[in-house]
Design a protein around this ligand. Structure first.
Ligand code: NDP
Length: 297
């Protein structure tokens, strides 16, 4: 059996087009567009790259974006002050503080200052709390986990009642996606570095989520035949035949797992492209909150 490949790139492109169409229609109707502020502190090259990509994606979707930049040595008060200003800015619907922040800053406190209605990354402690509590809805769901759920649905995975195994318990991926799966009535097991029998646990799963950051750790013979495999991992491995000297692989041994799984995300081109699509989607949701406040919806 060869698994269906879940084409995150194509799905993300479709979602982004749908968002662009809705933004254009709302602009025509109200003369207003959504606005996103991506706050960057310091000059980390990876963070700069992510912020630029988000800005470009906004532009393509017709979303206004601004990229306030603070120096590496900005104080806690300065960063919190900037977030407060953005909270008050009527043209800004979404505020994203690019993580990781420089080590001297308290990121939890900064995320806690973001207005709940502008928390498009979904990392405000109250939004996360609502996500993991039974029967409470967050205003926003973190982008990568939200994108993973879209991919599962697109693959036709039956989530209700399924055994789902999430490998990884980070605040940005593992914990929220486990909450989302549980909210959709899957029976969820969360594995981590102290899990005793990882292969045996993964073998029970109808849905496997790999969010570890270890190249190709999950082998094909850990996968239950027909399972849906969502691989979040992005790992560089040396490859002298590649132009850059490396290639990207996931946390799952794709070539093995593809022979056993029912559906699987590739790396790259699986979960990765969904993150920005979901950020745009959350920004559009935040814009709807603004339109509601203005009495236009
Ligand atoms: P973290 O490093 O924060 O978390 C990794 C998790 O994996 C931890 O819970 C850790 O356990 C667990 N783990 C580590 N080693 C093992 C092991 N040997 N066996 C079982 N569990 C283990 O990573 P993130 O969640 O931030 O990211 C995971 C991967 O996803 C990375 O490759 C990252 O690049 C990628 N990523 C991709 C995104 C995208 O596509 N848009 C977005 C975010 C991340 P413990 O808690 O015990 O330490």
């Amino acid at each position: 059996m060869t698994a269906k490949i879940i084409d995150g790139k194509a799905i993300a492109a479709r979602v982004r087009q749908e968002i662009a169409d809705e933004v254009a229609a709302l602009k025509a109707k109200h003369g207003l567009v959504p606005g996103l502020a991506t706050v960057l502190v310091g000059e980390d090259p990876a963070s700069q790259f992510y912020v630029r990509s988000k800005g470009r994606a906004c532009e393509k979707a017709g979303i206004y974006s601004t990229k306030p930049l603070l120096p590496e040595n900005a104080s806690q008060e300065e960063v919190e002050g900037l977030v407060r200003e953005l909270n008050e800015d009527p043209s800004i619907d979404g505020i994203l503080v690019q993580l990781p922040l420089p080590r001297h800053l308290d990121d939890e406190a900064i995320l806690g200052v973001i207005s709940l209605h502008k928390d498009v990354d979904g990392f405000h402690p109250i939004n996360i709390g609502r996500l993991v509590m039974k029967g409470r809805d967050p205003l926003f769901v973190p982008c990568t986990p939200a994108g993973m759920m879209v991919l599962m649905d697109e693959a036709g995975a039956e989530i209700e009642g399924a055994e789902a195994v999430v490998v990884g318990r980070s605040n940005i991926v593992g914990i929220p996606v486990a909450g989302l799966l549980r909210n959709r009535n899957a029976t969820v097991t969360i594995c981590h570095s102290r899990t005793r029998d990882l292969p045996g646990t993964v073998r029970r799963a109808d849905i496997v989520v790999a969010a570890i950051g270890r190249p190709q750790m999950i082998r094909g013979d850990w996968i239950k035949p027909g399972a849906t495999v969502i691989d979040v991992g992005i790992n560089r491995v040396d490859d002298p035949t590649a132009k850059r000297g490396y290639r990207l692989v996931g946390d799952v041994a794709f070539d093995e797992a593809v022979e056993v799984a029912g559906a699987i995300t590739p790396v790259p081109g699986g979960v990765g492209p969904m993150t920005i699509a979901m950020l745009l989607n959350n920004t559009l949701t935040a814009f709807h909150y603004r339109l509601q406040r203005l009495g236009l919806e």
